[in-house]
Write a protein that binds this ligand. Structure first.
Ligand code: SIN
Length: 350
């Protein structure tokens, strides 16, 4: 080979290396879910969630290495119906470690969709960084026709690599849309457009790797919260009860006897409670169990002291958090206080 040919290749290599060097550094934390799911058939719905390791997901997506330098870590390998407090704590602590490193620009979490909104909100309240943290998932397994995981992962990496995503709280990226983790919820059992923010709509979009925002979250999040989980190894026990006509008050006994420190009731309408349940609620709040009224309706606020007399019952309201998100805020609140006035203030702050 002629010397100038060798110099050309050396130059090319150096240019490539420097371009690579300039790309943002994004860390992918994998937890399992359908995005890592594999099945026998590409058309059937049967598959096992969380089967493929993060390396397999990234190897199937070489395009993503053109927009960010990627490293992957396997934090868990579960279907997200099996998500639990200790994985949340492990994830939040690892994100805080990674985000503190100057060389890390953004973090993506791969997650099952069933509880993706819950994990997102837990992280929204506990990670201490303004850097982008983006959750992604998939409705179709990695082996299905038209699997949505690769595009969701690519878009999530684009969002995490973008300076535009900083200071926006934790994001969920699904189906070309970017949602605030506070607002987003899964609304359909199987459709790829399942993620919606019923009260506020999405914050932005990602299309062809281009990230665009149209709205911001106003409630406090991440570095603005009072929650520090660095020394926390378990969360207070809080259960959710679903309200319905003629609801059985014995359900409350069951959770209180099982040592719940707090109960979220997904009440009917504006978080209203069946009369015999209301009577029982009054008794348990007097014993120090914190009861939050939320709603089973799927959107809207539960308002304090309006249809229901919270002052008389000793209850607090979830504002517009859905029951599963109200549970998370109550768990974190109970790490700090049992004072219902202070906890109510947290529900109007976060
Ligand atoms: C899960 O949540 O792990 C299963 C369902 C999904 O990821 O879509």
């Amino acid at each position: 080979m002629k010397p100038y040919t060798i110099s050309f290749f050396v130059l090319l290599f150096a240019l490539q290396a420097s371009a690579q060097h300039k790309l943002p550094n994004v860390v992918i934390l994998a937890t399992g879910g359908t995005i890592a799911g594999a099945g026998e058939s590409s058309v059937g719905t049967a598959y096992t969630a969380g089967k493929l390791p993060i390396d397999a997901l990234l190897n199937a997506l070489p395009e993503a290495r053109k927009i960010a330098n990627l490293t992957g870590e396997q934090v868990a390998s579960v279907g997200s119906q099996a998500m639990h407090d200790s994985i949340w704590l492990k994830l939040a602590k690892r994100i805080n470690e990674l985000a503190a490193k100057p060389e890390v620009d953004g973090i993506v979490v791969t997650h099952g969709t069933d509880t993706e909104g819950e994990t997102g909100f837990f992280l929204q309240l506990t990670v201490k960084t303004a850097k982008p943290v983006v959750l992604v998932g998939a409705m179709r397994s990695a082996t299905a026709i038209s699997a949505d995981g690769p595009m969701n992962l690519y878009n999530g990496i684009a969002a995490a690599a973008s300076k535009r995503s900083e200071n926006r709280g934790v994001l969920v990226c699904m189906n070309d849309q970017l949602f605030s983790a506070r607002e987003v919820t899964k609304t359909n059992t199987t459709n790829v457009a399942t993620f919606q923010s019923p009260n506020t709509g999405p914050l932005g979009t990602v299309f062809d790797g281009k990230v665009e925002y149209y709205h911001s979250i106003l409630r406090k999040h991440t570095i603005q919260t009072e929650f520090d989980i660095s020394q926390v190894n378990s969360l207070p026990k809080v259960d959710i009860l679903y309200g319905y006509a003629n609801m059985n008050p014995v359900l409350l006994e069951a959770v209180v006897n099982d040592k719940a420190q707090g109960v979220v009731i997904a009440g009917v309408g504006n978080g209203n409670l069946y009369p015999t349940v209301e009577k029982r609620v009054k008794e348990i709040t007097r014993k120090g169990v914190v009861v939050v009224r939320s709603s089973r309706t799927g959107s809207g606020r539960v308002t304090l002291n309006s249809e229901t007399d919270d002052a008389a019952l000793g209850t607090i309201v979830a504002d517009d958090l859905n029951p599963q998100k109200a549970r998370i805020l109550l768990q974190l609140a109970l790490l700090k206080t049992k004072d219902t006035k202070k906890i109510q203030e947290m529900f109007f702050t976060y």
